[in-house]
Structures are given as C-alpha cells and as structure tokens.
Design a protein around this ligand. Structure first.
Ligand code: SER
Length: 309
C-alpha cells in the first residue's frame, strides 16, 4: 500500500478527498495535514505550514510518503484582498512540494490548477486546452505560473506531477473559503434553512462547475493513469457542468418552491466575468478516460439530501 500525504486537508476539497483516500487505501496509509492545528477528519494528522520546506520534508520522511496531494492555496476572491501574501503562499508551497519530487523523496504529486488561469481574452464557450490564458487575478496568475513550474519540473527533473484545472467545486461536507464560485454552495445552505440567499453574482453569470464526487473521481483517475499516457504536464482542462445562479435557483425551487435569491453583485462579479462559461476537456477524456456523471438536477438533489441529513 502506498503512503499518501494530503496538504490542506481541512479545506473544501481536502476534507472530502482525505475521506475517500482513507477508505480506499486504509486509514493507516493516508496522512492529513493542515496549517490549522485541528483536523476536520478522524485519522493521522500533522499540523503543517507548507511554506516550511523543512517541516514538510520531515513529515514526508517520517511517514515514508510516496504520493502527495497538495491542495493548500488562497483562492480567487480572498487572493484579491491580499495579493502578495497569496502569491507567496501559492507559489512557495508548490515549489516546496516540487522540490520533494526533484530530490526523489516522493514518487507522484497532485496539484490542482483552476479555470482561473483563463482571463477576459479567453473564448467563453468550449474553451480549448490551449486557449489564450492571460488571467487577471492573483490566484489565476499563481495557478498559471504553477502550471509552468509543473511542466518545468517534469521536463527537467522527471518529476511525476499531475494536475487538472478544476471548475468551481460543489459539495456538502465542507464549506469553501474565499472563491468566486462559493455562491453555488452557500445557496444550498440557505435553501435548506428556509432562508433567502443574497447572491454576490448577477443571475446570468455562467461558470464551469463540478459536483464533488465527480471532482474526486477525476482526481483519482488522473493519479492512477500510467505516466506515459499523460500528454499534458501543465494541467488538464476538466469539465463537469455549467450553470448560472438563476438556473441553480430555479432547480432548487423545484424542491423548495418558496426559496428566493436576491442578486447583489460585488467585486467578485468581475472575476466571474473574466472566466469561461464552458470548458472543452477532450484531452482528459482521451488520455485518462474522463467522463463526468453529475448534471444539474442530480447535483442539486445530492446537495439538498446531504445538507438535510
Ligand atoms: N473555485 C475557485 C475560485 O472560485 C476557482 O478555482 O476561486
């Protein structure tokens, strides 16, 4: 059994990915780590600031880690509040993890990129793997630079680093923090409480999204694919579904007919407007046989059921 380290295990994705990895590979083989001292999960846990290269290396050696999932980052909306700190954290932690690969201390690395690598110059519909990027957020700039670093470490040092450009991730087990797509989770929490929701985006902001189960399945598929079948070493486009706040609200209203949304766009509207609406992910479909399974009705049902529980 391989030993796995999840960095950022208290986050929205980390919480759920850790649970799935623990079930699949055994709780003794998966170590959670987060900058926060408290673990959201029951299992092996190490407190770690991933900016601390020595602390990270010590954990990797102590647990004989082979695969690292490096999920810690400051997301798009929060990044705009504190650009330099966001850049430092997002880049330093990635380089620390890539260095583990270069030194032969770990065999395989997963690091997420994002639809945020795209910008206002990018075609909005069916955005191609190689479409123009030109991001205009700190988060997007850090993800684009990160993609280039992944390619560099693969080309120069043979580091087996793998990545996808996640769309907005929607799940009910943990809250997101600081993203532009967070509205698509917050809205469900209000609906099940029979409260109205003040949406920070306008009704027609269409963005690429994905239900968490699909995101985790994609991540594991990519991590299990034979290395020689992966043609993209920056980051793969990945598509689930696309919807607007208005379409999501209408779907929720099928289950909660009295549910209401008030639209109060703030600075996040400009970020949403700079991102694509739909993504072409044919490279992921070809290279590692990706196929999404959740559409809007199925996702909505799962979210509502999960939160009601
Ligand atoms: N969900 C992220 C954000 O909104 C995008 O990767 O920042």
């Amino acid at each position: 059994m391989k030993k796995i380290l999840v960095i950022g295990s208290n986050g929205q994705l980390g919480t759920e990915l850790f649970q799935v990895l623990s079930t699949k590979f055994g709780s003794k083989n998966v170590i959670a780590s987060d900058i926060s001292a408290y673990s959201q999960n029951n299992g092996l846990f190490e407190q770690l600031d991933a900016c601390d290269a020595q602390g990270l290396a010590a954990i990797v050696q102590r647990h004989k880690i082979q695969h690292v999932y490096h999920l810690a980052a400051i997301l798009s909306a929060k990044g705009e509040q504190n650009p330099v700190q966001s850049w430092d954290l997002n880049m330093k932690t990635l380089l620390n993890v890539l260095e583990l690969g270069r030194k032969g201390m770990v065999e395989r690395i997963f690091w997420p990129s994002s639809i945020a690598v795209f910008g206002p110059d990018t075609p909005k519909e069916q955005t191609d793997q190689h479409a123009v990027t030109n991001p205009n957020t700190v988060y997007g700039i850090s993800k684009l630079a990160g993609e280039k670093w992944c390619q560099y470490y693969f080309d120069k040092f043979g580091v087996d680093v793998r990545s996808v450009r996640y769309p907005g991730l929607v799940g009910h087990k943990a809250m997101p923090g600081g993203g532009t797509t967070d509205y698509a989770i917050e809205i469900f929490h209000k609906a099940v409480l029979n409260q109205s929701y003040d949406c920070f985006l306008g009704p027609e902001s269409s963005m690429p999204m994905m239900y968490m189960d699909d995101a985790i399945r994609a991540t594991l598929l990519l991590m299990e694919a034979p290395s020689n079948e992966l043609k993209i070493r920056t980051s793969y486009n990945l598509s689930g579904l696309s919807f607007t706040p208005a379409a999501l609200a209408a779907e929720i209203q099928i289950h909660y007919p009295n549910f209401q949304v008030n639209y109060k766009p703030d600075f996040r509207q400009a970020i949403a407007d700079s991102w694509p609406s739909t993504i072409d992910d044919q490279m992921a479909r070809m290279d590692w046989h990706w196929q999404q399974s959740f559409d809007l009705p199925k996702m909505t049902l799962e979210m509502l059921k999960g939160l009601q529980r």
